[in-house]
Ligand binder design. Structure first.
Ligand SMILES: [Ca+2]
Ligand SMILES: [Ca+2]
Ligand SMILES: [Ca+2]
Ligand SMILES: [Ca+2]
Length: 328
């Protein structure tokens, strides 16, 4: 490590890059929140792996165990001085310097994923003489087989330590090959990859990224208040700030104006008590069984009389409501 730090220091002095600090690197793979990767991603299952501490060909242990990604030499390597490394001896990327493990080179690198991935991002940089272009190609099957789903290249990276980052976003990617090309000896160094799958965690037939309750089986996707959180995982289905367990009407009628059988009363609906809205109580009476209109009107008259006494509505409002009951 002392040698590496010395090399990094030397790099700083040699290339006069700003902010040269030897950074201790964290090891291993970590499940990270997808929001860190892309604002468009809401429910992908994402993983991050830094190759900093690993020798080429040696996978982080947790990766090997989970059989999620296999890394091997690619098949589409160009001839000549082309190399892709998982790691570098040391790298100096823009404003930061990292000291890394030993490097071994391969002509190109192939990543096989056990599940289809929908997002792939790699932090890499070119170290070498003159120009190097780095290309990612995503295939629909393992080992660069099947159809090419997406491909992306860096612009020509000129000179030493050109840093770059590439992202692929597409459905159904099973393998990704990384190749580099250049007129002179060069290395493409991979520092870190992030990748995401879009599983159906609750097995309800809706992929997590489109599922309004990714962890709960809800084939219907019903969402009473339309807030994007499905009813089965929404603590407050009607969005009246009273949680379902304490709400007298978990799916309240939250209409703005009280409406009785198509008759607009002109009176504002409002939260009454325990999560009940005035319209909930009106609806309850509306759906009641009555011998005749007189009995129905009396029920409404009693309810609205209480509201007038409590100062919730005016006597005028009450008349409007009763008028709607009579004329509905
Ligand atoms: Ca679901
Ligand atoms: Ca909801
Ligand atoms: Ca509620
Ligand atoms: Ca309610």
């Amino acid at each position: 490590m002392k040698n590496l730090k010395f090399l990094s220091l030397l790099t700083c002095i040699t290339f006069f890059l700003s902010g040269c600090q030897i950074e201790e690197l964290t090891k291993g793979t970590e499940k990270i929140h997808s929001a860190d990767l892309s604002s468009a991603i809401t429910s992908y299952e994402c993983r991050n792996v830094s190759f900093s501490d690993y020798s080429t060909g040696t996978l982080p242990e947790s990766f090997s165990n989970q059989n999620e990604v296999e890394i091997k030499t690619g098949t589409n390597a160009s001839v000549g001085y082309v190399r892709v490394n998982l790691i570098a001896d040391w790298v100096n990327c823009g404003a930061y310097t990292k000291s890394l493990g030993t490097s071994t080179e391969a002509t190109s690198i192939l990543l096989n994923f056990s599940d289809e991935i929908v997002y792939f991002n790699v932090d890499l940089l070119s170290v070498g003489w003159q120009t190097s272009k780095i290309t990612l190609t995503a295939y629909s099957d393992l080992d660069s087989q099947g159809s090419i789903i997406q491909t992306i290249s860096t612009p020509d990276l000129v000179g030493f330590y050109s840093c770059s980052e590439l992202t692929l976003e597409a459905e159904g990617m099973r393998s990704i090959e990384i190749t580099s090309s250049g007129d002179h000896p060069n290395n493409a160094k991979l520092l870190e990859i992030n990748y995401c799958t879009n599983p159906d965690s609750d097995d309800d037939g809706i992929l997590d990224n489109e599922d309004n309750c990714p962890e709960d089986y809800n084939e219907s996707q019903s969402d009473f208040d339309g807030d994007g959180i499905g009813d089965v995982c929404d603590d407050d289905d009607d969005n009246d700030n009273i949680v379902d367990s304490l709400d007298g009407a978990p799916k309240s009628n939250t209409e703005e104006i009280i409406n009785i059988g198509g008759c607009d009363t002109g009176i504002s609906n409002q939260l009454y008590e325990r999560g009940l809205f005035l319209s909930d109580l009106i609806d309850e009476l509306e759906s009641g069984e009555y011998k005749n209109l007189g009995q129905e009107v009396r029920s409404f008259a009693e309810l609205t009389n209480n509201w007038v006494r409590s100062g919730i509505i005016t006597a005028e409002d009450r008349k409007s409501i009763l008028s709607c009951v009579v004329n509905e």
